[in-house]
Design a protein around this ligand. Structure first.
Ligand SMILES: NC(=O)c1ccc[n+]([C@@H]2O[C@H](COP(=O)([O-])OP(=O)(O)OC[C@H]3O[C@@H](n4cnc5c(N)ncnc54)[C@H](OP(=O)(O)O)[C@@H]3O)[C@@H](O)[C@H]2O)c1
Length: 321
């Protein structure tokens, strides 16, 4: 079958590991289903896979793609939930020590077919296109959990999002705006800040800029480049929710500020099946939709990857089949 995959880890030049070609049709174990892919979205996770981060060397070749939407054999249109854990695990799947995300152990979704446990597909709401639904399983689910499960924010409070144009950042802007939060965003260029305002940000700022007042919560996926600003931006008792560190993982902790102002730092990763179901319903009832900056066929994954690596994003990059 057609597939976009990483041949072997390439830490310094991720695109050198990219292959667009053929892989064997997958077997479908009992209790699993095959999904014929219609769309999947590109995530930083795919860059980490090409670099060999978070994946063991013996797992290669690995088909890329950790979310998506497609069709089951009986015609049911579905959205993938890509957190696959121990079938015996009860409770929050993201806390299962054996859980992996598609592309870490099991083959990913940039292909004709992906095979997942039956519980890892959810019905696609009719109002969401395949491309929109493809954005839900990783970036949007991560944003949903950061905001609604981890932050503890109430409508009327102020959230600061570090980064304007990325997949998780644009999801946070839309979710925060739809929930009645005051949404502040930092962006690296005027164009990216304009995009954030168009998506619903109440105010935007240059990266690192002094804010008019301190905020209740900061949403981090950037890491080293923005961390010191995130710490300074918080009110006493405020919270940073972090799900990524694109610019580097070792920011310097500013421990004195952390304890003296009683700040909290909380990690967040992906989300549960139930949270994905709630997110899909949230989009359905509010009418909010992901910002899709680029839509390309899967055969053009290299172009899409270059856009992401260059920071040339305006929301999600979706790959179609
Ligand atoms: N834990 C999880 O479950 C999970 C899930 C999804 C993503 N993540 C992680 O979250 C991060 C973002 O993922 P994504 O898919 O949203 O990536 P993306 O679409 O490429 O977005 C990157 C974002 O980071 C910002 N950024 C990057 N480098 C920066 C720098 N040096 N200074 C300031 N801002 C910078 C960009 O801001 P501008 O708009 O200003 O350019 C943009 O908003 C990645 O590290 C990814 O691995 C984790």
């Amino acid at each position: 079958m057609f597939a976009v995959y990483a041949d072997a880890p390439s830490p310094d030049d991720p695109i050198a590991a990219l292959r667009v070609g053929e892989r064997p049709e997958p077997e479908v174990p009992d209790g699993w289903v095959a999904v014929r892919m219609r769309a999947a979205s590109l995530n930083m996770h795919d860059v980490w896979t090409l670099r060999g981060v978070g994946i063991k060397a013996e797992q290669f070749p690995m088909i890329l793609g950790c979310d998506g939407a497609g069709v089951l054999g009986d015609g049911t249109e579905v959205v993938l939930h890509s957190v696959i854990g121990d079938p015996q695990w009860a409770g929050d799947e993201t806390l299962d020590p054996r859980r992996t995300v598609l592309t870490e152990k099991y083959q990913g979704s940039f292909a004709d077919l992906v095979v997942v446990p039956a519980r890892n597909v959810l019905p696609k709401p009719a109002g969401l296109s395949f491309a929109e639904a493809a954005c839900m399983g990783t970036a949007w689910l991560t944003a949903y959990r950061m905001l609604f499960v981890k932050s503890g924010l109430r409508p009327g409070q102020t959230m600061l999002i570090q980064g304007a144009s990325g997949g998780v950042a644009t999801a946070l802007i839309a979710l925060g705006r739809a929930t009645g939060l005051r949404v502040w965003v930092t962006g690296r260029t005027e164009e990216k800040r304009a995009l954030a305002e168009q998506l619903g940000a109440h105010a935007t700022f240059e990266s690192g800029a002094r804010l008019p007042e301190r905020v209740d919560a900061v949403f981090e996926t950037v890491g080293k480049a923005t961390w010191a600003h995130s710490m300074r931006a918080l009110k006493p008792g405020g919270i940073i929710v972090i799900s990524g560190a694109t610019s580097g993982p070792d920011p310097g902790a500013d421990l004195q500020r952390l304890f003296f102002l009683q700040l909290r730092v909380v990690g967040s990763t992906m989300g549960t099946r139930d949270e994905l179901a709630d997110l899909l319903r949230f989009c359905d009832v509010t009418g909010i939709r992901p910002a899709i900056g680029a839509e390309l066929p899967m055969t053009e994954t290299e172009t899409a990857l270059r856009q992401m690596l260059d920071g040339d994003t305006a929301g999600k990059i979706v790959l179609t089949r």
